[in-house]
Design a protein. Structure first.
Length: 91
């Protein structure tokens, strides 16, 4: 499902103005993005948890040359679905 399709579904469910539905979806995504950029975790009850994890520097190897390299520290985003979502998918 794309963002446009999501806006369409919100519009159908609310029966409001399509532009308002688009603004609402965009606002929710902006809040989620801002929260995760700040390094905070995001928990949506009945859906799942988004967690920002820090990975430290680590050693790697260039597969073509065999030369050792250092892979820089970074942050990664992980998602763990809730049990409610898991059971809804697997029923």
């Amino acid at each position: 499902m794309t963002k446009t399709e999501l806006v369409e579904k919100v519009y159908e469910k609310t029966g409001g103005v399509k532009k308002d539905s688009a603004d609402l979806v965009e606002l929710v995504f902006d809040i989620m993005k801002t929260t995760l950029e700040a390094g905070e975790n995001l928990k949506i009850s009945g859906f799942g948890n988004f967690e920002v994890k820090k990975k430290s520097d680590r050693k790697g190897r260039n597969p073509q040359t065999g030369e050792e390299i250092t892979i820089a520290a970074r942050q990664v985003l992980s998602f763990k679905p809730s049990t409610v979502l898991k059971s809804a998918i697997n029923k």
